[in-house]
Design a binder for this molecule. Structure first.
Ligand SMILES: [Zn+2]
Length: 212
């Protein structure tokens, strides 16, 4: 089985081996590696950017068999290659995604359950449902609670429980998740809650992250 290193490591470079390569749509080549640092698109997050042996990776996706495929402009022969992740892009997406977790935990405290999340730059939001007629939070209150957690510099822990990857933020709680995250909530400084929309029984919290 392919080793998905992004699930356990924050490394941005490694060597791997191309096990399979084939023509794909749009004149692209898809390659499968024995292991990968590239997070595929999914779980509300864009895929990682980066290079394989200096060649730009155009897209990364997981196929039905659970293998991560890397799409390139050109054919690469089977054998050893060097992987390099675009650290700035990874960090930008990990900050947005981890902020989504934090907002989720904070709203669960007041009776809202996160049901959907989309952490793309420029359109980040978490959608909640309430089962107990919970009141929507005030924007200032939620912003202050986020600031508190950022100030507390809570560590983010990854663990595997009964084969499921769990991502915990300090004592806030944990979610099962296969995404990329920062290591500490202090890295979420610059988080801004833009608006909170409450429509029927659905609440959506929209946010953005200032660049560092
Ligand atoms: Zn996550």
């Amino acid at each position: 089985m392919q080793d998905k290193l992004y699930l356990t490591s924050h490394s941005l470079t490694c060597t791997a081996e191309i096990l399979e390569g084939y023509h794909s749509e749009n004149e692209r080549y898809a390659v499968r590696l024995d292991k990968t640092l590239f997070h595929p698109q999914g779980g509300g997050q864009p895929c990682d950017k980066g290079t394989i042996n200096g060649n730009e990776v155009l897209h990364v996706a997981q196929n039905r068999d659970g293998h991560v495929l890397h799409y390139l402009h050109k054919y690469l022969p089977l054998g050893p290659v060097e992987l390099r992740i675009d650290g700035n892009h990874r960090r930008e997406n990990a900050r947005l995604h981890t902020a989504g977790h934090m907002i989720g935990h904070l709203l669960e405290r007041i009776g809202w359950q996160a049901v959907k999340a989309h952490h793309w730059p420029g359109e980040s939001r978490v959608v909640f449902r309430s089962s107990a007629n919970a009141l929507p939070p005030l924007l200032d209150d939620l912003s202050n609670h986020c600031a508190e957690q950022i100030q507390l510099a809570q560590a983010i822990f990854i663990s595997f429980q009964a084969g499921r990857r769990q991502v915990a933020i300090g004592n806030l709680g944990q979610y099962p998740c296969g995404g990329t995250h920062v290591e500490n909530t202090s890295e979420l400084a610059g988080l801004k809650i833009i608006r909170i929309k409450n429509k029927k029984d659905e609440l959506s919290v929209h946010y953005e992250m200032m660049t560092e």
